[in-house]
Ligand binder design. Sequence first.
Ligand SMILES: Nc1ncnc2c1ncn2[C@@H]1O[C@H](COP(=O)(O)OP(=O)(O)OP(=O)(O)O)[C@@H](O)[C@H]1O
Length: 315
Amino acid sequence: MSLVTFHEVVKKYDTVPSVNHLSLAIGAGEIFGLLGPNGAGKSTSIHMLAGLLDIDGGDIKVDGYSVRSHALEVKKRIGLVPQELAIYDSLSAAENVTFFARLYGLRGRLLRERVSEALEFVGLQDKAGSKPSTFSGGMKRRLNIACAIMHQPKLIIMDEPTVGIDPQSRNHILESVRTLNKLGSTIIYTSHYMEEVEAICTRVGIMDRGKLIVSGTKEELRRQIGSEEKLVLEVDRTDPAASAEIRQHPRIKSFTELEANSFEAVLDESATALQDLLFILQKHQVGLRKLTRVEQDLETLFLQLTGRTLRDRTS
Ligand SMILES: Nc1ncnc2c1ncn2[C@@H]1O[C@H](COP(=O)(O)OP(=O)(O)OP(=O)(O)O)[C@@H](O)[C@H]1O
């Protein structure tokens, strides 16, 4: 059953749609990865889901409640870990979590238990009395997470929680995502680090220019990448006649010079394409020094669908 549904959701700043008729369903128990380059519309979508931004068209439902008509019911079910840190430097770690716990209506013994559990969960129990100004970037992010999960929400939304932090905190956060999911929370995790999404998510949606361009399990998306093969070849010399002959081969889709004596070849799925390529090199007396297969991943799929890379910050 779907816990979250976006139906034809639209958000416009001025006249340009930042989110353009987005439809998406996320099942209870999933770790759903929302991938896309800068400006794709991930944060805008998440802010509408969390009730921080008004929707211009369509609707979003959480657990059957519409964010438009039942915003409070939706908010109770959500923990948002925002991209920008939402913690107070003047309060200790425990006071920060307590502040958010009170906002969610927790009081007394239950409040104290949940604050302590949340700090323990993110590995900051021994820093409960310390101010975040003394924390590393990674510790601040972990405190940010504690503030968002202490009310044990059904849905936890993490908006790029590992940007600019040390590897130890990054691993801690990725491990926490898995644990929170095992404990029963559904997770939406946005990122433009596809390795992270591939590592932890059960299903992935890729956004570009306000639209969902593809979604599915990692296996389903990999199948879409197709069976073409990408190789990097290092040769002992560059021979223009050999390169020209390779580029004319019907089963070799491209042969591109990367740097001196190094080429990238994209072959179709037939086994003979590689044999033919090696034969042409030999015929022109070009020695092969090294042959490396390039792993096809979600980045490749994104490139195939959009002609751009996920981390192209200028696009
Ligand atoms: N307050 C705003 N006013 C005008 N345009 C905005 C505003 N917020 C976002 N946008 C535009 O909406 C589009 C989507 O932005 P959004 O922040 O949702 O993308 P994103 O996928 O989350 O990117 P990032 O990875 O950088 O966070 C962008 O073109 C952005 O410039």
